[in-house]
Ligand binder design. Structure first.
Ligand code: ZN
Ligand code: ZN
Ligand code: FE
Length: 344
């Protein structure tokens, strides 16, 4: 394997993709991320820093320590089956509010709307780059998830490939669509409605449930009622409805135990540009708790084999979530927020 010249013995900075030939997936390898600061004293996302300035509600910034960049350098060339590609792409941070503390249920509702509009705008913009295949929008919350900055923020990764999880969803959705002439996700909405037990909250445009096939104990999915492929198709009213259901679901999580619940939120859009008529826009939440004081780890069987074990039945966990939902809606109402939808 030809290692590209190292300058004067110093490590070269590189952003590259390395192919895992066993799994058929890309790994993002970036040498610069090592120097990422961990919990620095001053918050770089509060108003008034050189990066943020003043007078804004939400802000989209370039990640200062990007795993992907538009001028990537590789550390070596491909060799045999060991493929190396430049780590081309964009890593952005979306700051959701000027206030230093908060979650999606407590930042002002107008901020939540601005934030979702930012995600839509960025997805459109980043997909215009022909080298970008997929725009991944996600939010990590909580120290336990590894969040280095507490200021409310999300991240956007614009990737030069379609991520494996999305590829699997696309493959299965395509097959179902071919066989049944129906969208797999629309079909899931139908049977979740029929079985009813796992439904949580819905408004005019969206429905949420703990899916029959959940992998994480308190996993929740939000599906759009209308068959659309991506966040970029949402109109003004639907953006507000998405903000509403996200606010309610996060308030539900934060009412489940006596603490603010860590979670990962991931937006599942169809890939850039090309048409994927069989894909269906949805949002997935993965909290990693399995009870108030226990975490669910992706350990041996989960990580070594990708087989998830669920330590209860999803219907029981959905019941717990519904109780938390009742509490959350009362709390939101006391705070002056009137939810647009209803609990099942
Ligand atoms: Zn801050
Ligand atoms: Zn659909
Ligand atoms: Fe999904």
């Amino acid at each position: 394997m030809k290692v590209l010249k190292q300058n004067g013995g110093k490590k070269i900075l590189s952003n590259e993709l390395r192919w895992n030939p066993l799994l058929g997936t890309w790994i993002i390898v970036s040498s610069k991320r090592k120097i990422r600061p961990w919990r620095s004293e001053e918050c770089p996302f509060c108003p008034g820093t050189p990066e943020t300035g003043y007078n804004w509600q939400t802000l989209v910034l370039n990640n200062l320590y990007p795993a992907l960049r538009i001028d990537p350098k590789t550390s070596r060339e491909s060799f045999d089956i060991y493929k190396v590609m430049p780590g081309y792409g964009y890593c952005k941070v979306v700051i959701e509010a000027p206030e230093h503390i908060g979650d999606l249920d407590s930042i002002p509702f107008k901020n939540l709307i601005f934030y979702l509009k930012d995600l839509k705008k960025e997805t459109i913009k980043l997909c215009n780059d022909e080298k970008i295949r997929y725009v991944a929008c996600f939010r990590n919350k909580g120290e336990i998830i590894g969040v280095s900055l507490t200021h409310p923020h999300s991240q956007i990764y614009a990737l030069p490939f379609i991520p494996p999880r999305i590829k699997i969803e696309l493959k299965n959705a395509k097959r179902f669509y071919k066989e049944k002439n129906e969208c797999l996700f629309c079909h899931i909405i139908k049977i979740e409605k029929k079985e009813f037990d796992r439904l949580l909250y819905s408004n005019k445009s969206f429905i949420s449930f703990l899916p029959f096939f959940a992998m994480w104990p308190y996993e929740v999915h939000i599906y759009s009622e209308k068959h659309i492929n991506s966040i970029i198709e949402l109109n003004e009213e639907e953006i507000e409805d998405l903000a509403d259901i996200i606010k309610v679901i996060v308030a539900m999580y934060n009412s489940l135990f006596d603490f603010s619940l860590p979670y990962i939120m991931f937006i599942h859009n169809s890939p850039c540009r090309k048409n994927y008529p069989y894909y269906h826009f949805h949002v997935e939440f993965y909290p990693i708790h399995r009870s108030k004081d226990k975490l669910k780890y992706a350990a041996g069987i989960e990580w070594g084999a990708w087989v998830f074990t669920y330590d209860d039945i999803p219907e029981n966990k959905a019941k717990e979530l519904k109780e938390a939902l009742n509490k959350a809606l009362n709390k939101l109402e006391n705070e002056g927020y009137k939810a647009k939808g209803t609990i099942f």
